[in-house]
Design a protein around this ligand. Structure first.
Ligand SMILES: Nc1ncnc2c1ncn2[C@@H]1O[C@H](COP(=O)(O)OP(=O)(O)OP(=O)(O)O)[C@@H](O)[C@H]1O
Length: 259
């Protein structure tokens, strides 16, 4: 079930370094939200705070609030592993477990959560997840072959299948197409459009055409200057951000005068 993310007054640190300052935003369920902005403005850092991956870096911490529907993601009693189960992540480079079969790659996370899963249940989850990732037809006859033997685009869809096998509410995607060719990129973009029917999707992208193609809402981040923290400058309906942004900084960025 897709969930709403509500962030208020979030400051994100690496040790003493304030990387992202005072972000508040609402990310709607069953929609795609794109984060855009120049290099180093904190898009990936901020993305990783949404499932508590940020704190895996030693010294990294946040101040402020992240709500997933009515659950406070950073409340002291909350287990970060449970948060990451609900808020899945897909990375820039496809990272299937190299020695595992396609089948085992898909079921890996789901099996960790439910170690006594029956073979027939696992078969069901694998098939559903591969269908969900638009990969079933391409791999159904070679499920026992290594995941590493697939093309880059197929590997990325395998990683998406692995992420959705645990039935998350949210999928975070950090430049999921930047290592892919244009055809594989289009396959992932089509998949994102389909996945948003069931998930809340947040994607970091450097490709503004991609943001315009896949997202409903766009958030533009920027740096006030070298060594200064990144900030959310403007967020709104994608079409509006790309045609009639309210902030001059956004306009300069999307028209290529900056960044
Ligand atoms: N592990 C880390 N330790 C310390 N500082 C970091 C770490 N990772 C990122 N930073 C710093 O945090 C700031 C934001 O980086 P981040 O990678 O989130 O930006 P970004 O907008 O995603 O950039 P890009 O578009 O280049 O991927 C940068 O100043 C970066 O140097």
């Amino acid at each position: 079930m897709a969930k709403r993310i509500d962030v208020s007054g979030l400051h994100v640190y690496y040790g003493d370094f304030l990387a992202v300052e005072d972000v508040s935003m609402t990310i709607e369920p069953r929609s795609v939200t794109a984060f855009i902005g120049s290099s180093g403005c904190g898009k990936s850092t901020f993305l990783r705070t949404l499932n508590r991956m940020h704190e895996v870096t030693p010294g990294a911490r946040v101040q402020g609030k992240v709500m997933l529907d009515d659950q406070d993601v950073y409340a002291p009693e909350v287990d970060p592993v449970a948060v990451r189960r609900e808020v899945g992540m897909v990375f820039q480079r496809p990272n299937p477990f190299p020695t595992m079969s396609i089948y085992d790659n898909v079921i890996a996370g789901a099996k960790l959560n439910n170690q006594r899963m029956s073979k027939s249940r696992a078969d069901e989850v694998v098939e559903r997840s591969l269908h969900g990732a638009n990969l079933w037809d391409e791999v159904k006859d070679r499920l026992n072959r290594p995941g590493a033997g697939l093309s880059g685009g197929q590997q990325q869809r395998l990683c998406i299948a692995r992420a959705i096998a645990v039935e998350p509410a949210v999928l975070l995607m950090d430049e999921p197409c930047s290592a892919l060719d244009p055809i594989s990129t289009l396959a992932i973009e089509d998949l994102i459009a389909k996945l948003k029917e069931n998930y809340t999707i947040v994607i970091v992208t450097h490709n503004m055409q991609q943001a315009a193609r896949v997202s409903d809402t766009t958030a533009f981040f920027n740096l006030a200057g070298t060594g200064k923290p990144g900030r959310l400058i403007e967020m709104g309906e994608t079409n509006k951000i790309f045609t009639k942004p309210e902030q001059k900084e956004t306009e300069n960025y999307i028209t290529g005068r900056f960044g």
